[in-house]
Design a protein around this ligand. Structure first.
Ligand code: COA
Length: 340
């Protein structure tokens, strides 16, 4: 377990925290409905909606790269924050433009931030939480005053074109937040993050190397086992964050979980005792966008006016690695651009 915030003095009012000042999102234009997929795969709109809650997702156009989506989401986050700069760029992605080098330096350069540290974080569907925690630690330490945290994916490029189980779930997109150093009393303060990983289960969600004797190098997932582990891991990490921060269940205004599957989200809210909180549901419009899913869900909540500054919000995610975690924050004051 990586503990971040006790050392920084979580209980002392006014302690230095990373504060979300801006939020942005970007989605490819191409909408792929369940009926579209039913023309290619042996599936149906009825099955997909009943088993996943997804109605449609976006697919990147030919030539549209993860960096294109990341840059657009980051620009919107900067605009929403009224900021021009950041001292760090952390990009969570499973689908970098190239295996080498990382995509973050290119994104930073296009944003006019050449020279600042920029790197990718690879934690699959937990990527945004990992990136957020990393940037928050850097701000809390006093090393930097601001950061851009981006989750961006062109995940559909990893999918086996004949695998109906993954085709129906995943989509492409990007979301970003702009962080600045501030106080824990401010709306938007990232109050606590908890991250976990266990490589024992790495083959639950993976892209085999071609030389592993595998037939191809497409994304593979053990859907049933992932389902069970995702529910257990996300509810346990929410439990742990709530216990450590001292929020009662009825004090939590919203649960913004990685948008994996509607049944997973419902089970996590139930087991974590957060059925009274608003569970943000965005996967019906975009599917599972891996590292982009939490900031995209946050942008959807903001665009719909569902949250008020200062609301108590819990984030949680589970992904390949396996990796998982949770975060507690207060909802920021921000202007946001509708991602749809
Ligand atoms: N359309 C129609 N039928 C499908 C199908 C599809 N797209 N995908 C699978 N099926 C079939 C299976 O072949 C199986 O048929 P069988 O009973 O004749 O063998 C049946 O549906 C049930 O399969 P199962 O795998 O048990 O379905 P499920 O209810 O577990 O749903 C997932 C499959 C993938 C939707 C579900 O396991 C899931 O969401 N898992 C988590 C995935 C996830 O969130 N991953 C990312 C986490 S970060």
């Amino acid at each position: 377990m990586i503990s971040s915030h006790e050392q920084a003095g979580a209980s002392s009012r006014g302690a230095r925290r990373a504060v979300i000042r801006g939020l942005g999102a970007a989605l490819p234009a191409k909408v792929v409905t369940n009926d579209d997929l039913s023309r290619v795969h042996d599936t149906s709109d009825e099955w997909i909606q009943r088993r996943t809650g997804i109605r449609e997702r976006r697919h990147a156009a030919d030539g549209e790269q993860t960096s294109d989506l990341a840059i657009l989401a980051a620009r919107r986050a900067l605009e929403s924050a009224g900021a021009e700069r950041a001292e760090l760029v952390v990009l969570a992605t499973t689908t970098p433009d190239k295996v080498c080098p990382a995509t973050a330096p290119k994104v930073a350069a296009v944003l006019g931030l050449a020279g600042v540290p920029a790197f990718d974080v690879s934690a699959v569907c937990s990527g945004f939480l990992y990136a957020l925690a990393t940037a928050a630690w850097a701000i809390e330490s006093g090393s930097i005053q601001s950061a851009l945290v981006i989750g961006a994916e062109t995940f559909t490029r990893l999918l086996d074109p004949v695998d109906r189980t993954t085709a129906v779930i995943f989509g492409d997109g990007a979301g970003a937040v702009h962080l600045e150093s501030g106080s824990e009393a401010e709306p938007g303060a990232v109050l606590m993050t908890r991250l976990y990983a266990d490589g024992t289960d790495e083959e639950l969600i993976h892209v085999p190397q071609p030389d592993d004797g595998a037939q191809g190098s497409y994304f593979q997932m053990n859907g049933r086992e992932v389902f069970t582990k995702a529910v257990e891991a996300m509810s346990a990490s929410v439990d742990s964050v709530l216990g450590e921060i001292g929020w009662r269940r009825d004090e939590v205004d919203a649960l913004i979980a990685h948008q994996a599957n509607l049944r997973i989200l419902t089970a996590v809210a139930h087991i974590a005792g957060l059925e009274a909180a608003d569970a943000e549901i965005h996967l019906d419009r975009v599917g599972n966008t891996s590292a982009a899913s939490i900031p995209l869900a946050m942008a959807a909540a903001a665009a719909a006016g569902r949250r008020r500054p200062g609301d108590r919000v819990v984030l949680t995610a589970f992904g390949g690695g396996t990796t998982w975690g949770a975060a507690a924050l207060t909802w920021p004051e921000l202007a946001v651009i509708d991602p749809h």
